[in-house]
Design a protein. Structure first.
Length: 64
């Protein structure tokens, strides 16, 4: 379970880096107007993904 969460964290960090280094940052204007920085947005998405993935992985682990 830990390697999966680390892989997801690395993917989120890569996505955050990609957004910051390219012109895709303009697509996040809606969140910036709400006062949410790109780092906070991706951190929140990672936390939500963890809360959804951990129960699924634990359930999957019982059957495999």
């Amino acid at each position: 379970m830990l390697p999966i969460l680390i892989a997801k964290l690395l993917l989120v960090i890569f996505l955050w880096f990609f957004i910051n280094e390219t012109h895709a940052k303009r697509k996040l204007i809606f969140y910036k107007n709400l006062g949410i920085s790109p780092f906070k947005l991706f951190a929140l998405l990672f936390v939500i993904d963890m809360f959804l993935s951990i129960p699924f992985l634990l359930l999957l682990k019982e059957f495999v």
